[in-house]
Design a binder for this molecule. Structure first.
Ligand SMILES: Nc1ncnc2c1ncn2[C@@H]1O[C@H](COP(=O)(O)OP(=O)(O)OP(=O)(O)O)[C@@H](O)[C@H]1O
Length: 682
């Protein structure tokens, strides 16, 4: 028996393929199917006995006048492609859905089919080519007619070409006299329906499961969470919120905000349109409330946090940042100094903090460049973002490059799995401090220049461009201008780094700050120490080529070696004493001629002054005179005065008024030692 032929004519290629597949599956074993789109010549090769199946009435209407001899015509009834049903089920409830199909008729059919299938959680609007604007459309769905969807609609879903519905299938069964095998055909058709039901059922079960799962998640969140529909009905009210407001969460679900919260101000805030955060005090409880509108869900989501929790969180976040070391450790309050050079530098630096432009800090080693860099970050808008400090001279060039820019997995033999973020990425949003910038290798100079120009980086071995927002503060103790002249530092980079500049003066130019710094570093040690005035003088005399760092190190040393509670001249590291001594001796080199008695008296007086200095007590003339009974001929206070004048003249002591009293100097100690040795040898 020759197979009968069914000629399928469709509006588009997509429909042709989908319907041909469906027909092959159902009746392809019994009927020959030839298929065409509307523009093709489907008529001239057809036999009289052939049946023409048109995919829709619209398609038939288009060709009927061209082919008046057409007989044996069937116009297909079509319905949704069940395979794609799950996508539609995932569209959020109450969304406005624009349904788009080739004609108004087929569009309405599609909506009817959707509703028939129980997919009624959406608000459908039929598309018409005559209407050019639809005000609220959350998503447009179409069975393959994607080109017809208005261009301003952002969310589009292709739900696949509609297939022949069961009435058309049975019509064909009857027409081709396939009743005997109709059971098989209907079984095939029904199988797809069963699949559909399974999907619908599963989606319902999944929805319940998902709902329960979400409920658990929302309840385990540490913040209060509330969701409220446009009509003011509460759909989510988690345990934490129920605790805060002292209500039963399940009782308020489905109820109104008034019943649950009671606070008028808070309710008004939630119902307002604007998305924002506000602070509320309700029943002595300080709350931070954040709200956000989901237009698609037509719901407002509110999170509530107590101020205490927020502060705790902030603290632990800071602690974590601290552990990473990406946090500024100092601020302007840590900078000690009253000299105008330092107070002016602080003033300028505070102004620089307001900007996001690069800063170059210049100054000799140990003048506080890093301290200023930390403080500028801490004083800026970026203070809560990371502060990353890098010493450009501490690492080899290749290591520094991978530290700064990171690398992709597999770049080096021992590269970390998954690659590694560079310090620029880690500093995103904050500040990177590039210390000793003058030591940067030329290759890295050009890479850094690109970062400053483009605000983006590329990891080593990677092709992805990563945008970053990092403020660069650099520092140098070299004269970069000299390096420019020598050609070891790129001028274009120099000018990029040096948009804002700050120069710090050396300690020898602000010696009046030395006493303050001494007290500061002793306090910082956490130990109680008195400082001998002579120590302060000696330390003030010294030139401090290593600046404040050298002074700090010296005090750390003295605190460690000091035996009593008072820092003494002999606690000063020897190299520094030597330098002070040499300097003084040059200024006072006149030889001194003394008798044996003079020597005994001066040795006694200097010894007395030293002892009382060590006890932190002033050495008065009276006290020295009283104690001089041990000498072969005791001294009167008048005699003590003369001898003190002599010692002062030769810079062996300093005389102060009142409690400051008389203090032995480094030279005095030296003189005392030489007197002792001299008398011992006699
Ligand atoms: N004005 C100041 N007040 C208190 N401490 C200071 C001051 N200036 C510097 N210091 C301290 O001195 C030490 C050296 O300072 P810092 O590291 O900032 O200097 P630097 O100029 O960056 O040095 P280098 O060029 O060698 O890196 C640090 O311990 C810092 O805390």
């Amino acid at each position: 028996m020759t197979k009968q032929t069914l000629v399928l004519v469709c509006g588009t290629n997509e429909t042709k393929h989908a319907l041909t597949n469906q027909l092959y599956l159902l009746i392809g074993d019994y009927v020959t199917i030839t298929s065409y789109t509307i523009g093709e010549d489907f008529f001239s090769t057809a036999n009289d006995s052939d049946t023409f199946l048109f995919s829709s009435k619209g398609v038939y209407d288009e060709v009927k006048n061209k082919y008046p001899a057409l007989t044996k015509i069937i116009i297909a009834n079509r319905t949704l492609n069940y395979e794609n049903i799950d996508q539609i089920l995932l569209i959020p409830e109450n969304s406005s859905v624009l349904v788009v199909n080739d004609t108004v008729e087929t569009t309405l059919e599609l909506i009817e089919a959707l509703q028939h299938l129980g997919i009624d959680h959406l608000n459908y609007t039929p598309f018409s080519e005559k209407k050019w604007f639809y005000e609220t459309v959350d998503i447009a769905i179409s069975p393959g007619e994607m080109d017809l969807i208005p261009s301003y609609v952002q969310n589009k879903m292709n739900i696949g070409v509609r297939l022949l519905d069961i009435s058309t299938v049975f019509y064909l069964v009857k027409l081709f006299k396939l009743e005997e095998i109709s059971a098989i055909i209907s079984q095939k058709y029904l199988r797809s329906l069963v699949n559909l039901n399974r999907k619908l059922l599963n989606s319902e079960k999944d929805a319940i499961k998902l709902g329960m799962h979400l409920q658990h998640v929302v309840n385990s969140v540490d913040d209060g969470v509330l969701a409220v529909r446009e009509d003011g009905i509460i759909t989510v009210f988690n345990d934490k919120l129920a605790q805060l407001f002292n209500v039963q969460g399940d009782k308020v679900l489905g109820g109104s905000l008034n019943e649950a919260l009671g606070d008028g101000g808070l309710i008004k805030f939630i119902l307002e349109d604007e998305e924002k955060t506000q602070f509320f005090t309700i029943d002595n409880l300080d709350l931070i409330v954040y709200k956000y509108h989901s237009l698609q869900q037509k719901t407002t989501v509110v999170t509530v946090k107590t101020l205490r929790d927020t502060m705790e969180m902030e603290k632990s976040a800071r602690k974590k940042q601290n552990q990473n070391g990406f946090v500024a450790k100092y601020d302007f309050n840590d900078i000690v100094g009253e000299d105008s050079t330092i107070t002016e530098a602080i003033l300028v630096a505070k102004k620089l903090s307001r900007s996001h432009l690069p800063v170059l800090i210049e100054g000799a080693t140990g003048t506080g460049k890093e301290l200023f860099a930390h403080s500028i970050h801490q004083h800026s808008e970026r203070k809560n973002a990371p502060f990353v400090a890098v010493n450009c001279s501490a690492l080899s060039d290749s290591l520094l490059e991978s530290e700064l820019f990171g690398y992709e997995e597999g770049t080096f033999t021992d590269a970390q799995k998954g690659g590694k973020k560079g310090l620029f990425e880690l500093a995103d949003g904050g500040t990177i401090f590039l210390d000793e910038i003058g030591d940067l290798h030329p290759t890295l100079q050009s890479k850094l220049l690109r970062v400053l120009q483009e605000n983006e980086i590329r990891r080593i071995g990677g092709s992805k461009i990563i945008s970053i927002n990092v403020r660069v503060i650099s520092a140098t103790n070299q004269i970069l201008e000299n390096q420019l002249a020598e050609g070891t530092f790129r001028p274009d980079l120099f000018y990029r780094l040096n948009v804002l500049s700050l120069r710090l003066s050396e300690l020898q130019n602000r010696k009046s700050d030395i006493p303050l710094l001494i007290t500061h570093f002793i306090k910082e040690s956490g130990k109680l120490f008195r400082v001998d005035g002579a120590v302060v003088d000696a330390l003030t005399d010294y030139d401090w080529p290593g600046n404040i760092r050298e002074l700090k190190n010296t005090l750390d040393y003295m605190i460690t070696v000091c035996d009593g509670r008072s820092l003494q001249l002999h606690d000063i590291p020897k190299d520094r004493i030597q330098k002070v001594k040499v300097k003084k001796k040059q200024t006072n080199s006149e030889p001194i001629q003394l008798t044996l008695m003079d020597k005994q008296e001066y040795m006694f007086i200097l010894g007395e002054i030293k002892q009382s200095n060590e006890k932190g007590e002033p050495a008065s003339r009276r006290m020295i005179a009283d104690n001089s009974k041990v000498l072969p001929i005791p001294l009167t206070t008048q005699q003590v005065r003369h001898r003190l004048d002599f010692l002062e003249k030769h810079l062996y002591i300093t005389k102060g008024r009142g409690r400051a009293g008389t203090k032995i100097t480094l030279e005095g100690i030296d003189f005392l030692i030489s007197l002792k040795e001299n008398l011992k040898s006699i």
